[in-house]
Write a protein that binds this ligand. Structure first.
Ligand SMILES: NC(=O)c1ccc[n+]([C@@H]2O[C@H](COP(=O)([O-])OP(=O)(O)OC[C@H]3O[C@@H](n4cnc5c(N)ncnc54)[C@H](O)[C@@H]3O)[C@@H](O)[C@H]2O)c1
Length: 313
């Protein structure tokens, strides 16, 4: 078995080193890993080194792991040489389905058996990409957010041929490397966070196209509105507090009828008793021992901290 324990990973291969692959390389270097990278572009190596240099002050500010150094970056002249040394592979090539399918097969052929191969894809399902691999069971999606060296979230999901072990291993590895991980049970186009981002994005484009809002109004509506609460509490807990002491149950009973209003071009889910219970129970589970008063105090502290950090309070 050539798959090390997640805590024993030493060398990460970054295949494709543009915005995301370079960001991953910077992150893994800062966490103390050795990074071997490969990018087919003629200027791939200097671009990657520039990107890592650019990220390094921010990563230093956040605190480097013991032994972390830019000198632990090696750019390889070929894909096979990089993959052969890897305890883990992060693929970040362009979002083109045929390219991903061919590239993953090449990575699979060059990487020691069992070593987990993860794709940064923004929205392709691993089931669509893994079919040319001889060992598709070790291929997963590890979807990051730009810049991967600062944004903690990674969404991990396997494809039809992926083994549950590989999904669990990748989730453990990313967590060990300091990431915040969502492990998904099944493939959903765009995963979770991109679906939510995309809903907002598409509505924003509709509003500009229809002359309903300007670009500036859209940005201000988020940076000075709901966007200030989201770093503290997600959309569910935020609306839990919109229900006052009655929490999400009151919120849904009170505002449920608004789901029929034309407030978005997205078709509303039918607010069945099952959906109502799932959302109410989810909020109660997430709140745990925190009362509504605790959550209000937490939100207020967080929003003030964000405003002060931005020099706006
Ligand atoms: N940019 C984002 O915000 C973002 C966020 C999350 C995920 N992603 C995903 O990350 C992946 C990379 O996106 P990006 O924004 O870094 O793109 P990019 O264009 O900045 O970088 C892609 C890199 O891949 C290299 N490349 C081209 N052909 C290749 C091949 N056959 N094999 C290996 N590398 C190759 C290019 O030279 C380039 O350096 C995509 O799957 C994208 O969907 C992007």
């Amino acid at each position: 078995m050539s798959r090390p324990a997640p805590a024993d990973v030493r060398t990460v291969a970054c295949i494709g080193a543009g915005t995301i692959g370079g960001g991953w390389a910077a992150y893994f270097l800062a966490r103390g890993y050795r990074v071997v990278a490969w990018d087919p572009a003629a200027d791939g190596a200097p671009r990657l080194r520039h990107l890592v240099q650019q990220a390094w002050p921010a990563l230093t500010d956040l605190g480097l792991a013991e032994g972390a150094s830019i000198d632990n970056l090696e750019v390889e002249p070929g894909l096979a040489a990089a993959c052969a040394q890897a305890d883990f592979v992060q693929e970040s090539a362009p979002e083109v389905i045929d390219l991903k399918r061919t590239l993953l097969a090449e990575i699979d052929a060059a990487t020691p058996a069992d070593v987990v191969i993860s794709s940064s894809t923004s929205g392709f399902a691993m089931s669509e990409m893994q079919d040319r691999c001889a060992h598709p069971e070790r291929t997963v999606v590890g979807h990051p957010f730009n810049p991967p060296y600062l944004i903690p979230l990674v969404e991990v999901v396997g494809g039809r041929a992926t083994s549950p072990d590989a999904v669990a291993w990748a989730s453990d590895f990313y967590r060990h490397a300091g990431k915040s991980v969502i492990t998904m049970d099944h493939e959903v186009p765009g995963f979770i966070a991109n679906r939510l981002q995309e809903a907002l994005w598409r509505e924003a484009l509709h509003m500009v196209a229809a002359g309903e809002a300007t670009v500036e109004q859209i940005d201000l509506s988020i940076t000075d509105g709901p966007g200030l609460r989201w770093p503290v509490q997600g959309p569910m807990l935020t609306f839990h507090l919109a229900g006052g002491q009655g929490g999400m149950a009151h919120m849904l009973d009170h505002f449920g009828p608004s789901l029929q209003s034309p407030w978005t071009r997205l078709v509303a889910a039918e607010l069945t008793p099952e959906l109502r219970d799932a959302v109410v129970e989810g909020c109660e589970r997430e709140a745990g021992s925190r009362t509504i008063d605790d959550l209000v105090a937490e939100r207020d502290r967080g929003v003030i901290a964000v405003l002060r950090a931005l020099g706006r309070a």
